[in-house]
Design a protein around this ligand. Structure first.
Ligand SMILES: Nc1ncnc2c1ncn2[C@@H]1O[C@H](COP(=O)(O)OP(=O)(O)OP(=O)(O)O)[C@@H](O)[C@H]1O
Ligand SMILES: [Mg+2]
Length: 112
């Protein structure tokens, strides 16, 4: 199993959620975050306004997936979140040791 952590532009959330639902992703955790990438100190557009600040609002998505779902998940996020402009975001993929579904006690991939 893998934990896919994606930082995206907030206005792309609906498109990304739809793309992930379409490939059968079972759950998503979303957190409002702030961050910066390589253009720190330079301008980036957010809702039509230019910001010259270190931190810009982003959404962090956390998605636990079975191994065979990793590639479709990455493709769905990239396809939906890509505008081709700076600040589109980044995806981190980490190993995930265990998942436990609290209600049923299921563990592993069947609990994802
Ligand atoms: N190395 C990193 N570690 C942790 N978070 C990062 C890292 N790089 C980017 N992020 C997060 O992703 C958000 C978007 O990054 P961004 O897309 O601007 O990356 P970039 O490398 O500058 O690419 P681009 O040149 O396309 O803008 C940042 O605001 C930050 O929250
Ligand atoms: Mg950037």
């Amino acid at each position: 199993m893998k934990l896919v952590t994606a930082i995206i532009k907030p206005f792309k959330m609906d498109d990304v959620r739809t793309a992930l639902s379409d490939i059968g992703v079972q759950g998503i955790t979303v957190t409002e975050v702030k961050g910066f990438g390589r253009q720190r100190g330079h301008t980036e557009l957010y809702r039509g306004a230019e910001y010259v600040v270190d931190f810009l609002p982003k959404l962090k998505l956390e998605i636990a997936v079975a191994d065979e779902q990793v590639e479709p998940t990455l493709e769905a996020i990239i396809g939906a979140a890509n505008t081709g402009k700076i600040g589109d975001g980044k995806i981190f993929v980490s190993s995930l040791e265990q998942v436990i579904r609290i209600r049923t006690g299921e563990t592993g991939e069947s609990a994802v």
